[in-house]
Design a protein. Structure first.
Length: 202
């Protein structure tokens, strides 16, 4: 039997901005619908005795206070007993992130997990879009600097502009570019450096 509980898997509460972070908004709305909110850090998710267990806190949200949340009590909870689980932690999409999706896979047929952990793992935010390339601006996915340079040159020759950020360590990253030219030609690019993972242009 499930309880009227929403479990939120997210980042450290004390570091969230209640004005801009939609995780807090979702939790607040859940409260107003009569749900208890159980908040836990992904690192505190475990499989114990073949059960998916999370150590976390029941919280209450109050936007009127500087500290926007109150810890009601700490608990260890069998997540198969909750009504919904919201996966809300930020990237990087690293091994820890992937591991939590495998753990939550164990109960996704018992509890509504949003978003589906299998889909999170299998449908990369950037790379999955390659399946829909015929509907997209000209796009490449690569970690090859030469290919990136060629893509930029082609765009510049076509009269397009690219936004480039240079970090403190001199690492140049293209954040995005999208500009229509003549109402018909359009390109977009995004390069992300993820500490050894393939750079992506999308």
């Amino acid at each position: 039997m499930t309880n009227k509980i929403i479990a939120v898997q997210g980042n450290n509460l004390s570091k969230l901005n209640p004005i801009t972070d939609t995780s807090i908004f979702l939790a607040s709305r859940g409260e107003k619908l009569g749900y208890k909110i159980f908040y836990y850090d992904p690192k505190n998710l475990s499989i114990i005795n073949n059960k998916v267990i999370a150590k976390g806190n029941y919280i209450k949200i109050n936007y009127l206070k500087k500290r926007f949340y109150k810890i009601v009590n700490s608990s260890q909870l069998d997540l198969s007993k909750v009504k919904f689980i919201l996966i809300r932690q930020d990237p990087p999409f690293n091994l820890e992130y992937i591991s939590t999706t495998y753990i939550l896979d164990m109960i996704k047929n018992k509890v509504k997990v949003i978003n589906n952990p299998t889909a999170i793992r299998n449908m990369s935010e950037k790379l999955y879009s390659a399946k829909f390339s015929k509907y997209m601006p000209e796009t490449i996915f690569t970690r090859e600097v030469i290919e990136i340079s060629k893509f930029f040159k082609k765009g510049v020759d076509a009269g397009l502009h690219f936004g480039i950020i240079t970090s403190a360590d001199g690492d140049r990253r293209v954040t995005n570019c999208r500009r229509e030219r003549g109402g018909s030609r359009r390109k977009s690019a995004q390069v992300e450096n993820r500490g050894g993972e393939p750079a992506q242009i999308a």
